[in-house]
Design a protein around this ligand. Sequence first.
Ligand code: GDP
Length: 522
Amino acid sequence: MAESIAEAVSRRRTFAIISHPDAGKTTLTEKLLLFGGAIQLAGEVKAKKDRIQTRSDWMKIERERGISVVTSVMTFEYNDTVFNLLDTPGHEDFADDTYRTLTAVDAAVMVIDAAKGIEPRTLKLFEVCRLRDIPIITFVNKMDRESRDPFEILDEVEQKLALDCAPVTWPIGRSKTFCGTYHLATDEVRGADTQERLTKVNDPEMASHRLPENERDTFIEETSLAIEACKPFDRKAFLEGHLTPVFFGSALRNFGVRDLINALADFAPPPRAQVADIRTVEATDDRMTAFVFKIQANMDPNHRDRIAFVRVCSGKLERGMKARLSRTGKQMGLTAPQFFFASQRQLADTAFAGDVVGIPNHGTLRIGDTLTEGEPLVFQGVPNFAPEILRRVRLEDAMKAKKLKEALQQMAEEGVVQLFSPDDGAPAIVGVVGALQLDVLRERLQAEYSLPVSFEMSRFSICRWISAESPADLEKFIATHRGDIARDLDGDPVYLAQDGFSLRYESERYPAVKMVAIKEYH
Ligand code: GDP
């Protein structure tokens, strides 16, 4: 019998891993897939990463059809739970891509290097999760190496993130003597996960026998202190984002990975309700809804097709169905939706809320788009971040201006760069969050459109979306600042400022005009 929507929804977990580079995200991803049976041999994810070392390498890889598509989302099933792990780019210059991806998950695993604690990138990504009330499970990695005292790590999480910690497991031993995890509530001991050992013991004393004699007392003291002094796990506080369950382990040596998978299955929420303009959509609603959070060009210069990654929010997405695209009101056939596994993709016959499917299209779909079975609703909240770098594109062959315009429009629809067309008719300005994005743009314009370009400084350095309660106030501002106004891809007006001083000056002079650095789509 076909599975009901409610059943399918209840066994799905959609999550991302957030961490500072080098904390072990790739290794952990690989081990999650390995334990989840999605890959046969650990090393596949790694192999990909190792090849993506330098910029030029990265570009080459990107051009090879499919590779980066495959790593965008990984689906695996473990003990009847379907996990969708959404990957986020490692490099800070692609941060806006990461933020958008975080709008499509229901939970996040925060990986911390046990020797380094909370690092800058972890903090930033955590803040994005907090803005969206995404519950966090913490994995303290690299316990097999010299590490900080576990209490010190918990303390740092509480202080820096203002997040209560509930240690669920405790490390047995440290660095060389690290040999497993002890479950504080159930008195179970687990060794290296691949051996599947889960032993019930009576108390910490019994668990301590795995350690050399001189370390046993410390372990017993620590566990009793952890039970007494730390908050117990409280699911409500976790789901509301006030408390994080903490697990210790070593992704490299297979410790704690199974604890973590079980925690995702047991604690992490099933697909959440999503807010749309006209109503809130429950994951178990019958009718299909979905939104696009990422576009990936397929990198085949002969076929300019792209994959739009959509997160299903409700109902059942079935191959062959017709969907309504809210932005245009037009119908589109979902003839070849795809699922992604560790190393291959496959046609998706049915997908439910929480699932991520790739929809090949030729530019019909944009980031932030909503698909429905006909209802004219629009999901809120895939954000657009004001670029920090603004440049003019200089074309070597001026005859190709029209082609460049089209190419930039396509790149902007994919989210590679943002594009702003000045009201005074001046050439378009591209905006990016990180400089690497400009390299990607240049290489892709060359490779896919045969357009050699360079970038010039623009006289603007800041960009803000503008709006006002009364249209007259906005019109007045636009009319008096014509040379500094441009339109984004959706036609929404932005104010381009030369520097922070002019921005402050203008916003004080025109208090009725709201100037914002984050635009939520539509
Ligand atoms: P990422 O940048 O967060 O994706 O980190 P990686 O997974 O690539 O790991 C960075 C480095 O730390 C690599 O050399 C890994 O082999 C190593 N590493 C990851 N997890 C562990 C661990 O649990 N213990 C030890 N000793 N090394 C680890």
